[in-house]
Design a protein around this ligand. Structure first.
Ligand SMILES: *[C@@H]1O[C@H](CO)[C@@H](O)[C@H](O)[C@H]1NC(C)=O
Ligand SMILES: *[C@@H]1O[C@H](CO)[C@@H](O)[C@H](O)[C@H]1NC(C)=O
Ligand SMILES: *[C@@H]1O[C@H](CO)[C@@H](O)[C@H](O)[C@H]1NC(C)=O
Ligand SMILES: *[C@@H]1O[C@H](CO)[C@@H](O)[C@H](O)[C@H]1NC(C)=O
Ligand SMILES: *[C@@H]1O[C@H](CO)[C@@H](O)[C@H](O)[C@H]1NC(C)=O
Ligand SMILES: *[C@@H]1O[C@H](CO)[C@@H](O)[C@H](O)[C@H]1NC(C)=O
Length: 365
């Protein structure tokens, strides 16, 4: 395995040189510490300062290669014990910028999120964030930050990212949500490099429902901008088959994306919220989220009330009552039932694979 910059020696040859210096030092030691010279040495007042010099030299020798970056790549397996190699790899010291949270005089802090809602698009991420925000010890970023999935933002670094976070007190938990993270290939590795022990939240719905909802959102945007649009059937079906090149279909192939996350995080760090259940009855799902995030149980049933006109739960925060934005819970277009059946059939196998990955099933078609 090759690692840039972090090498313990300038190059292989200077490494050899260092080793030979070490050998010479030990030979020197041997001569100096013959019985006679040792007796002299013991008496000598120089003893401590000579020892100190030797230790300092050894210390500098050990430290020196880490401090000075080098150009040629080196096979680290040959010069480093495996635990040290693992540490270097996991912490990616060469690329990790020095990060400091911003502390304000009034005791509030801006720091990296403790948890991230990673998706899925149209899964109910906004509802989940708003409900989590009912908890007095949670502070949520208002907008979707797109730090890990947009190159332009990622290049600005962790310090920039932390400055997008809400102000919080030390005992509070900060959260951001960007639904596109779940299906972006580079994101799991990048989050891993920020914090390997972070706890992630993923909210999912029936993949077929999600596709239609995804389509509906795009449809509304296009209609608002007076742009032409295709019917959902035109997009879903190509040559009589489900069109796997349609992005909305791919986003619902949960197992493909999940496999990518599981390369970096154990399942125990990814809590999956059942989005269909959260809409029907929010409280039990939110109780599980509180437990997963190790928050004190502060969200209760009276935080939610059903609005009959809307057909959805709204939130009660102290005295304040509010419902999610009008764009949430739009009615879907009527989809040809034969196409819908085809879609249900199509997702059967991917869903089965996903359940197998999780060791858990969902109440999907
Ligand atoms: C270290 O981080 C850089 C930039 O973030 C990345 O390109 C590289 O692949 C990482 N290296 C390892 C060994 O993880
Ligand atoms: C704390 O200080 C920051 C930065 O000056 C300010 O934006 C924030 O409103 C203050 N918060 C409180 C609770 O006073
Ligand atoms: C990483 O995430 C865990 C879990 O939220 C948190 O306890 C820890 O403080 C985080 N570490 C850093 C460096 O932010
Ligand atoms: C779906 O998207 C993933 C990630 O972007 C990609 O690797 C995969 O090939 C796509 N699958 C299909 C069937 O298009
Ligand atoms: C539920 O939480 C609210 C604060 O959000 C609190 O005012 C109320 O007393 C709690 N109700 C119960 C039954 O604990
Ligand atoms: C219920 O929803 C309707 C329609 O969106 C809204 O006008 C009304 O204010 C809501 N009522 C309550 C109590 O939230």
């Amino acid at each position: 395995m090759k690692l840039p910059r972090n090498n313990l020696c300038h190059s292989e040859c200077s490494c050899q040189k260092n080793l030979s210096i070490l050998r010479r030092v030990s030979v020197h030691f041997h001569v100096e510490f013959s019985p006679y010279s040792l007796r002299w040495f013991n008496k000598s007042r120089l003893k401590s300062s000579v020892m100190a010099t030797l230790f300092l030299g050894l210390f500098i020798f050990l430290l020196h290669p880490v401090v000075v970056p080098s150009r040629p790549a080196l096979d680290l397996h040959r010069v480093l014990p495996s635990h040290a190699l693992r540490y270097l790899l996991q912490n990616n010291l060469s690329s990790r910028p020095i990060f400091r949270p911003t502390v304000f005089p009034n005791g509030t802090i801006q720091r990296l999120p403790h948890t991230i809602i990673i998706g899925v698009r149209k899964g109910g991420t906004r509802a989940l964030l708003e409900m989590l925000n009912l908890h007095p010890e949670v502070r949520a970023a208002e907008s979707e930050i797109h730090f890990f999935d947009w190159e332009g933002n990622y290049e600005k670094g962790l310090q920039w990212y932390s400055r997008q976070m809400p102000l919080s007190y030390p005992h509070q938990t900060t959260v951001e949500k960007t639904p596109a993270y779940f299906t972006s290939h580079k994101v799991p590795e990048r989050i891993y490099h920020m914090n390997q022990t972070i706890r992630l939240l993923l909210i999912l719905r029936d993949p077929t429902e999600r596709v239609i909802s995804d389509y509906t959102q795009v449809l509304f945007n296009r209609m608002q901008k007076h742009k032409p649009f295709q019917s959902v059937e035109q997009l879903l079906i190509r040559d009589g088959q489900i069109n796997v090149d349609y992005k909305a279909i791919n986003r619902s192939l949960y197992y493909i994306h999940m496999q990518n996350w599981l390369k970096y995080f154990p399942l125990s760090q990814i809590h999956i919220v059942d989005g269909d259940k959260l809409i029907r009855d929010p409280f039990p799902e939110m109780e599980k989220v509180e437990k997963f995030l190790r928050l004190s149980p502060r969200i209760n049933r009276s935080n939610f009330y059903f609005n009959k006109t809307k057909g959805f739960y709204c939130l009660r925060d102290g005295g304040r009552e509010r419902c999610l934005h009008e764009s949430k819970g739009r009615t879907h277009p009527q989809v040809d039932s034969a196409v819908l059946d085809k879609l249900h059939g199509f997702f059967n196998e991917p869903n089965r694979k996903f359940f197998h990955l999780l060791g858990r099933t969902f109440d999907w078609h």
